[in-house]
Design a protein around this ligand. Structure first.
Ligand SMILES: Cc1cc2nc3c(=O)[nH]c(=O)nc-3n(C[C@H](O)[C@H](O)[C@H](O)COP(=O)(O)OP(=O)(O)OC[C@H]3O[C@@H](n4cnc5c(N)ncnc54)[C@H](O)[C@@H]3O)c2cc1C
Length: 410
């Protein structure tokens, strides 16, 4: 192959075929832009488990807009748990039952494993005729006034007018452009376990959160059902050694204390996390030719399910801004569209980081003030059940209302 043959051009390039890269590619294609996806791993790779299981209605709406039928497909293949319960040291402090979803309308949310959601989104990309280049790790990216140049590990050069960087938390694109994630790693550690449901004798579909579960020496435990299984999230105490609780052996010690012991033999994935709470200092480069999306742009603790749910609007709004930029009459006008979208999503990123931080503090914070607040709320539940129980129940989600400054907060 000659040097000239190793230079390829596409109008737009997406780096990374995780859920956000797939979404970006669909959104670009949907507005008629030529797009190629460069992905470092192979097609059919095993994706990590224990990640997103909860997609908001707003996310499903975006999918429906960029690929008609996809939002409904994700909705129909997930489950909608109708009940949530919260316990404080073994006593129920909150119960809420939701009406069943209205047929023919996108549900309020859907709960299915991220690997399955990715499968549906990838199939939609194939149906849309999007080009994929697997085993193609990107090594370096440079931007100029008139476009982007991407160099892959094997020395190939890809030129494009615009690029959406969805290459995840360790984003090579972000680093090549000199952009940085800013924010701390949380001190709290979590063991996240997925188990397969027993289809002959399933548990009721109830999302259940325990503050200070008595069976595990006062650690918090969250149970979330998803299509085909359960997510169990154990929140360690500051003095705990992660190795004692993580891994298959660690899980065998504590899981049977909080769940029917049969689930120990139904574990499908175990992960140990200390979450980052970080947002990139800018979502675009100096020439507004690359836009960061998803975990390339931000990392949040998962309380409130803000990661993929905010990565999807990052990708869709970046694609729409690029669409407008390609039709702009002047370079300045083009840049302004991209910069505006990047800034709007960064503002949303900061908001989501803070909200996930509030959720963490709500459930895990150990300041005397927060301890007293939780104790008081639990004590007052019999007197004012709705207000106090609801406040305790909101812990795993963080604040529900958006900042007035952010039009697309999810
Ligand atoms: C325990 C847990 C629970 C979660 N729960 C939820 C939830 O319920 N709801 C929610 O919305 N979010 C949730 N999240 C967050 C969600 O999983 C992430 O936001 C999402 O996976 C980010 O997708 P992404 O496409 O940005 O990154 P990734 O999934 O990391 O994809 C990045 C892709 O880029 C590729 N890549 C990397 N480097 C290169 C390179 N140099 N060249 C080419 N390709 C490259 C990778 O191989 C990968 O395919 C959760 C996360 C965790 C850890």
């Amino acid at each position: 192959m000659t040097a000239a043959e190793r230079v390829q051009y596409r109008k737009t390039i997406v780096v990374g075929a995780g859920p956000i890269g797939l979404t970006a590619a669909l959104a670009l294609k949907n507005i008629g832009l030529d797009v190629a996806v460069l992905e470092s791993e192979s097609e059919g790779r095993q994706r990590p488990g224990s990640r997103a299981i909860y997609l908001h209605n707003a996310t499903l709406k975006f999918f429906e807009e960029i690929s008609p039928g996809l939002g409904f497909q994700l909705g129909e293949n997930g489950i909608i748990w109708p009940v949530k319960r919260t316990f404080f040291r073994g006593e129920e402090v909150y119960f809420r039952q939701y009406a069943p979803p209205t047929p023919g309308v996108l549900p309020h949310f859907t709960s299915l494993p991220q690997v399955e959601a990715e499968r549906y989104i990838y199939q939609a990309c194939l149906d849309a005729g999007i080009e994929f280049f697997w085993n193609t790790p990107v090594k370096d990216v440079k931007t100029r006034k008139n476009g982007v140049e991407i160099v892959t590990e094997n020395g190939d050069i890809w030129k494009a007018d615009y690029c959406i960087a969805a290459d995840g938390a360790r984003s090579v694109v972000r680093r090549s452009l000199g952009l940085q994630l800013e924010g701390p790693r949380t001190k709290d550690a979590f063991i996240v376990v997925d188990v397969k449901e027993d289809q002959h004798d399933p548990l009721p579909l109830e999302r259940t959160f325990h503050y200070q579960h008595p069976a595990v020496d006062g650690r918090n435990v969250l149970f979330v059902p998803f299509a085909g299984g359960w997510r169990i999230d154990l929140q360690l105490l500051s003095e705990d050694d992660m190795e004692d609780f993580g891994g298959v052996d660690g899980v065998r010690k504590w899981l049977p204390k909080v769940m029917d012991p049969k689930y120990v033999d139904r574990v499908t994935w175990v992960s140990t996390y200390q979450f980052y709470q970080a947002v990139a200092n800018s979502y675009t480069d100096e020439f507004a030719r690359v836009v960061l999306a998803g975990e390339a742009a931000h990392l949040f603790a998962p309380f409130g399910a803000r990661g993929m749910n905010s990565g999807v609007p990052d990708a869709v709004l970046a694609a729409r801004a690029i669409g407008k930029a390609t039709k702009a009459e002047t370079p300045e006008e083009a840049m302004s569209y991209v910069r505006q979208a990047a800034e709007e999503r960064r503002t949303a990123g900061l908001y989501n980081r803070d909200s996930a931080g509030i959720a963490l503090e709500h459930i895990q914070g150990n300041s005397p003030y927060m301890n007293a607040k939780r104790e008081t709320a639990a004590f007052l539940v019999p007197l004012v059940p709705t207000t106090m129980g609801r406040w305790l129940d909101e812990g795993p989600y963080g604040p529900k209302t958006g900042s007035p400054l952010v039009s697309t907060k999810y």
